[in-house]
Design a protein around this ligand. Structure first.
Ligand SMILES: [Zn+2]
Length: 167
């Protein structure tokens, strides 16, 4: 296993569109292991492969409090959405800054597991938010893209300031 380097804003590679996974072999298992290690190290709830410069449609998630419920979704597609929620989001590509983003409240997802088996998943609350956020990454979309220009500028200034303080 190896820790992967997380791309941070404004790295242009965060804007790449990821391609579907077609090979569910040993290479994919190795990527998943490294992504989980990186997710836990960064203390995130979700990580998209795009964020570690692997441009394939792979997401790893653990929204549990005890950090012991890892699962992955591969080639995910939202097949139904319902309602709205408006919650704070952060992103390990934007360390230390948060803002509220409007998302669907409930979603139904169709995806593949690490063996390539198709499954459907109903998600709401934090899991729904997280899945929508990570799926955006696979299309090169960032959570700040959902903010008004005013709030985006404010958040990016805060990000710069916190970087200067830790530099
Ligand atoms: Zn993110």
């Amino acid at each position: 296993m190896a820790l992967l380097k997380v791309l941070e804003h404004p790295d242009k590679r965060l804007r790449n569109k990821a391609v579907p996974v077609t090979n569910f072999g040993a290479e994919l298992q190795a990527i998943l292991n490294d992504m989980f290690e990186t997710l836990y190290k960064e203390d995130g709830v979700g990580l998209a492969a795009t964020q570690v410069n692997i441009h394939q449609r792979i997401i790893v998630i653990d929204v549990s409090d005890d950090r012991k419920s890892p699962f992955c979704v591969i080639n995910p597609e939202i097949i139904a959405r319902e309602g709205k929620q408006y919650e704070y989001e952060g992103c390990i590509s934007f360390p230390g800054v948060y803002d509220k983003v409007e998302r669907a409240g409930k979603i139904r997802l169709r995806a593949q597991d690490q063996q390539g088996q198709f499954f459907e998943l109903d998600a709401d609350a934090l899991l729904a938010t997280c899945l929508q956020h990570e799926m955006d990454h696979l299309d090169g979309i960032l959570f700040v893209d959902h903010l008004s220009r005013l709030r985006r500028d404010r958040l990016l200034r805060k990000l710069e300031k916190s970087r200067k303080q830790t530099a």
